[in-house]
Design a protein around this ligand. Sequence first.
Ligand code: SF4
Length: 695
Amino acid sequence: WRALYGNETLVPTHCCFCGVQCGMYLRVRDGKVFGVEPRNHDINRMRLCPKGLNAYQQVNHPDRLTVPLLRTSRDAELRAVSWDDALDYTVDRIQAIQAEHGVDAFGMLGGASLFTEKTYLVGKFARVALKTRHVDYNGRLCMVSAAGANKLSFGIDRAANPFADILLSDCLLIAGSNVGECFPVMTQYLWGARDRGAKLIVVDPRETSVARTADIHVALRPGTDSAFFNAVLHVVIREGLGDQEYVDEHTTGWAELAETVQGYPPERAAEICGIPAEQVEQVARMFATAPRAMAWHARGIEHHTQGVENCLTVINLCVATGNLGKPGAGYGTITGQGNGQGGREHGQKSDLLPGGRSINDPVHRRQIAEIWGIEESELPQAGTSMMEMVHQMSRGEIRGLFGMCNNPFVSLPNYDVVKAGYDSLAFHAQCDFFLSETAANAHVVFPVTTWAEDDGVMANAEARVVRHRKAQEPPSGVRTDTWVLCELARRLGVGDKFAFTSSVDVFSELRIASRGTVNDYYGITYERIDETGGIAWPCPEVDHPGTPRLFEDGRSYHADGKIHLQPVEWHPPADPYDDDFPMRLTTGRTVAHFLSGNQTRRLGGLVEQTPRPWVEIHPSHGYANGDAVTVVTRRGEATFPALVTEAIRPDTVFVPYHWPFPVAANALTIDALDPRSKIPEYKVCACRLERAAAV
Ligand code: SF4
């Protein structure tokens, strides 16, 4: 890499955190990462947010795990052991549990902050080495509902447009996304469009920093999104604002959809959503009359028992107005984790094989079995989702677990249930580079590399595959996740199928395993990413430019080439409101922290800015800033200092979720799941407030 002053070099890579995947240089001196420098990558044009600027501090942080830890019972303390001892003990426990209770008694959970190569290995290791059907990952908590909607409507699971198209749009609709705090650098695209005069509509129960600047802010009740978007489409049809020619030529299901939204006049949406009926009409007119309009959404509409359906209603609106497949016109979901997109494409999801293939499809099974050198009959069937696996742990159906790159003790809903599930395990191993709350509860902890100590790719929210580069050797005693999986596979007797010595070895197999699918990576190589700054899949050949924008010819990826419109009926959230629990709790992120906080709660500048959680409450409840307030739900209670603000609805409170029990938002949330995607309903449950003596 480019040498600067004496022995300092700049290593071009990307941020490890969110799905924007900003380019950055890591500064390296004497073989150690010690700083960051902005990089003029076209995703971010040298901009970085507070998380990105502080990310480098993790790499040589004093909390790094540098030696394997082991205990043989939960009563014992974790103690340092050799890699051989930790690996042998793990293999011994896997074999003992599976011999006594069957192969499916051992499960595996991966993560969507892993490089795509590692996500591919998680799926292969679970199916080929553990031979278990039980593998899933923490993207199940993130945006699987958007993925489900994409597949149903379009037959392909990714955003339809690149970020750069936002700059060309005349109307931007942001639904359930606190872009300013969760994806700060993405706001440059919004402001770029607005500088040209584009309108901004924000649909969010909270007046977030982006909502504050919107032309229309729809502060609807949590859990009412599909009623709102159905009503917007109702007005579009009623006022003849749609693009009927586009609908007639490119879609199926229009008659059923039009009939369904007839049942959602603005007055009904006003009642369900708690907003003025005129706002529905204003949004419909602003979006549908714009020459080019786009909708982007995130967890705010996805984290619901109606998650897939909420996303479908946004897609229906875009398609009905002909806003698809054009510069400045389209649709996308903003991935939360850095590899939220790539992490779900290549096999660590319980129902999918590499290339987004279905594990239930006999043809797909045969194709992957052949690449993996096993019989199709040896390939396990589909497993269950992450939260369902926790319930199976409690019931004794899953007795052993291997976890990588996740922290369910903070990130899963209904903490008591999660803790009980993990405590029921006879054996639990976890890979991490810091001792997370979940790792601290394990029998074996493997110390693994950070993103700056290995090579690999991630796909950002545009489905652009970008390259992360190794900037330093890992600390002595630390191994890559790839090495851990390959070494365990060798000790389990299938080492010949895991003869990978580097990330590029894995990527080569992944490219072949994805060939011919909608998720085709075959034409993407490390060298081509270096030359281009990133390539959007599908990319079927090494001379193919990639596909930044989908549907330019109006054809979907379904066999009939049509977009399949899906009618949706609104239903209320899972947790009922009554006199005991009359209010709504919603949860989310803050600019200084990332997901479970295992990384950012250790970084000084971020902790200084945001040291603890809080509860946002409307002034009408009579609390003062800093008052101790206990939020009580049917699952538990937690006490926070009040942040009194008019930026939240009077019937709703908000708590950020980056902290562990006893100040865990997820001690309060409900583990009700969307029946289609199995995403938990983090974004709404019933609660009440009680004044507390102290925080
Ligand atoms: Fe990292 Fe996302 Fe911030 Fe960019 S916007 S610096 S990718 S956290």
